[in-house]
Design a protein around this ligand. Structure first.
Ligand code: EPZ
Length: 438
């Protein structure tokens, strides 16, 4: 198993080009199924979740290959319509393939995507949308079997602006006769990205970014080329890192409008922030200030995925900041691990209160989930001494070599095989020099 070893206390300085968006590319990869042809997905990030999507596409009979930073997907010979349990367990958001397989094959089967570290993660809205389009769905023994001899356009009203349900509805509606309207659609930038890619394939999707999306289905689709947008959550993560450590960073390749709730919060905390169209500059002088309550909300509200990083940025701030997590039930699991580093965080249900402490100390901590793991790294960058972060499979789902990016900004961080405790009670570093166990 690997771990990140971080020596805290460095200011961060420099420039980064932000990776392609994890939450943007996953529905795009599912959408390639809608046409029998080859698609070219440029700026495709190298992530564990992308690897999981590639495994599903190959299982379904598609061919994939990398060409530099582009992933080419040829779905001509797709010959299956079910996603096995092992692949579903690798990535629960694989449920996004359901609508696309149904639209292409008329039937689809996948094992029920269980919950995850963030909570139960129900998919009732996904299934209601597919049923509204005419799918018959049987849930038996942990497997979902969907059949739709014909998909017919309809009106879909989502109880919540669910990102995944919106994406599944759009993908399935591409296979429905007529024009489907999706009301209370999610407005995240990744929805507009999916619309752009589908329209590049010859689809007719309108309204993404707003609450009403329309899809005129049954059009002859063809392969398309798409450049994945910059990952706004990865950008938020690195901005929070610089804000916490002090320094000056410039991030490029990301739409700054999608970052505004995060940059506004960092500005309130005392950072200087200058946003361009596709780049953002942040300068942080020293100790941050506590800010008004951070309430996560569907886009364009404060993104739930940036909550852990913002929390990490404020661990040493002057004063206390209230967080209210309105999207997921269990998204403070990183608080316990942060407390091992001296953080003062009190959690009560969906509310967490972060009270700034004068300093954090290094510790051995374990990632609990993707964004919580990133928060542990941000805390290690600030801590006095050495921090070891393990269970990196979480971080690697959504960040392209986080340690490489942070090292480019001057952080003292490296990845190595997880140290083994020695009988002498010391931590044996990979280079063999034992140090007293902490
Ligand atoms: C997407 O998840 C993202 N994942 C999440 O990012 C992100 O946190 C989330 O949207 C919110 O922005 C991907 O895009 C792959 P939702 P998704 O459906 O689609 C409830 C990350 O760290 N709900 O918008 O699963 C649900 O339980 C990940 O990158 C239902 O009740 O999120 C949640 O409380 C984490 N029934 C709320 O809606 C449903 O059928 C919002 O979930 C669907 C969702």
């Amino acid at each position: 198993m690997q771990e990140l070893v971080i020596e805290g206390g460095c200011r961060l300085q420099g420039e980064l080009t932000i990776q392609g968006s994890k939450n943007g590319v996953l529905p795009v990869l599912a959408a390639t199924i809608l046409c029998a042809g080859e698609c070219r997905v440029e700026n495709c990030p190298r992530l564990r979740d992308v690897d999981a999507s590639i495994a599903i596409l190959r299982h379904l009979g598609c061919c994939t290959r990398w060409e530099g930073g582009a992933l080419l997907v040829d779905t001509t010979h797709m010959d299956k319509n079910e996603v096995p349990d092992a692949l579903m367990r690798e990535m629960r958001s694989s449920v996004i393939f359901l609508g696309a397989i149904l639209a292409r094959q008329g039937e689809a089967a996948l094992s029920y995507p269980g919950g995850c570290e963030l909570g139960p993660r129900p998919i009732d809205m996904h299934l209601a949308a597919l049923r509204a389009l005419g799918a018959e769905i049987e849930e038996r023994g942990g497997t979902l079997r969907c059949r739709a001899r014909v998909l017919t356009a309809t009106e879909i009203v989502l109880p919540l602006p669910s990102v995944g349900a919106t994406e599944n509805a759009i993908l399935a509606a591409c296979g429905a006769e007529g024009t489907t309207a999706i009301y209370n659609a999610a407005r995240e930038p990744e929805i507009a990205e999916l619309q752009d890619f589908l329209n590049a394939m010859g689809a007719q999707v309108c309204g993404a970014g707003g609450s009403i999306v329309t899809v005129t289905g049954k059009r002859a689709l063809h392969g398309g080329t798409h450049r994945v947008i910059g990952d706004r959550i990865a950008a938020a993560t690195y901005l929070c890192a610089a804000a916490a450590c002090g320094g000056e960073v410039r991030l490029s390749g990301v739409d700054c409008r999608a970052l505004s709730p995060v940059t506004a919060a960092l500005y309130e905390a005392g950072c200087a922030v200058e946003s361009g169209v596709e780049d953002v500059f942040l300068r942080s002088g020293g100790r941050l200030r506590a800010i008004h309550p951070v309430r996560t909300a569907p886009y364009p509200g404060f993104p739930t995925d940036a909550q852990p990083a913002m929390m990490a940025a404020l661990l040493r701030s002057a004063g206390s900041t209230v967080f209210v997590e309105n999207i997921f039930e269990n998204r403070y699991r990183h608080a316990g691990e942060l407390s091992r580093m001296g953080a003062d965080i009190r959690v009560a249900g969906r509310v967490a209160v972060v009270s700034g402490v004068p300093s954090l100390h290094g510790a051995s901590v374990k990632c609990t989930d993707l964004r919580g793991g990133a928060a542990l790294v941000l805390a290690g960058l600030q801590a006095e001494g050495t921090t070891r972060v393990s269970q990196l499979e979480h971080i690697d789902r959504g960040y392209e070599s986080m340690e490489r990016e942070l090292a480019l900004l001057g952080a003292r961080i490296g990845r190595r095989e997880e140290t083994q405790w020695q009988e002498r009670g010391t931590i044996e570093d990979a280079d063999g020099e034992g140090t007293p166990s902490s």
